[in-house]
Write a protein that binds this ligand. Structure first.
Ligand code: CU
Length: 315
């Protein structure tokens, strides 16, 4: 997959030396590699751990895009009219605090923890970790960092205490589905996701309308400056509730983190679709911060720019 969209855990994207199996990567027997009860209690006690949903009526909408911004090679087009049954979708992605409560209650161990590595944007890494971490060949701004996971997103020693209200990251599709099952919800289909992202607007590239920065106002968290080494602003996630919501009351449907769906990318590529773009997208090389943009990675992949949002069947 091109540009900022993440490399797959399985397959040929990762450096040769790290193409081992999950079993190869687990720590010494008996070693406690988990977050520990104190950290879980501290994180899950944080404000903002309440789940909020917006009920959507369902109906028909025009899905996809064929405008000049769209990537035909991603299968954004053709534009087609599709119908959606009533459903509810979370107003934000699941946060670090919410995920911590899940792990505290279930002792869920994420795929990243089982593998012993996860994929991190190079610009977020301290020089020492950069030097020690293999680089993904085709997309060298991704590095495979030992020990990176949801509670240590840039590897051992990094912290999420100041990010409890940010999207949880480094979660595979399995981790996301496990959380969803725990609260009696599910992950959205790609159609539901796009219907929700459009916020009631027809064929607009952004959840708020036609312009990326209406009146010069920044409305989402994407990369600014020279990618990847010359950012002119903060890099990484922002609070899940940052920026004004769209017409359906939903925050950060574009930018911030990619979001898992349950839908396959195409008939010949069954990898799950991710939607929404991330803090790594930049107009100069990756315009996937649009309502119709899509990418895919294998279901076991965990990335520092990918999280998830819950859906619930209603009506
Ligand atoms: Cu992108």
């Amino acid at each position: 997959m091109s540009a900022c969209c993440g490399p797959d855990r399985t397959g040929t994207d990762l450096p040769e030396a790290h193409a081992g199996t999950a079993a190869d990567r687990t720590g010494p027997a008996g070693e406690d590699c988990g977050p520990g009860p104190d950290l879980l209690e501290r994180l899950s006690a944080a404000a903002g751990s309440e789940l909020r949903f917006a009920g959507l009526p369902g109906g028909t909408f025009r899905m996809g895009a064929e405008d000049p911004l769209a990537y035909a090679e991603d299968g954004e087009g053709p534009v087609r009219t599709v119908s959606v049954d009533p459903f509810a979708i979370a107003t934000t992605t699941v946060t670090v605090a919410q995920f911590a409560a899940f792990v505290a209650a279930t002792e869920h161990r994420t795929d990243a923890e089982a593998h012993g590595t996860s994929l991190v944007f190079t610009a977020l890494l301290p020089a020492k970790v950069r030097a020690a971490s293999p680089t993904v060949v085709a997309t060298p701004w991704w590095q495979e960092v030992a020990g990176a996971c949801w509670f240590e997103p840039e590897g051992p020693g990094s912290r999420v205490d100041d990010r409890v209200d940010h999207p949880v990251t480094h979660v595979s599709q399995r981790d996301a589905a496990a959380y969803a099952g725990w609260v009696g919800a599910r992950l959205p289909t790609e159609t539901e996701w796009e219907y929700a992202a459009r916020g009631g607007l027809d064929q607009q590239p952004y959840p708020w309308g036609a312009e990326r920065t209406p009146g010069g106002e920044v409305r989402m968290n994407t990369f600014s400056g020279e990618f990847p080494d010359g950012p002119t602003g903060p890099v990484g996630t922002v609070a899940a509730e940052a920026f004004p919501p769209n017409g359906y009351g939903l925050h950060n449907m574009t930018g911030n983190v990619w979001e898992w769906t349950v839908s396959p990318f195409r008939a010949t590529d069954q990898r799950p679709v991710l939607r929404g773009g991330s803090y790594m997208c930049h107009a100069s090389y990756c315009r996937r911060y649009r309502t119709s943009a899509r990418t895919a990675v294998t279901a076991d992949t965990s990335l520092g720019h990918t999280g998830f949002r819950l859906a619930v069947t209603t009506g």
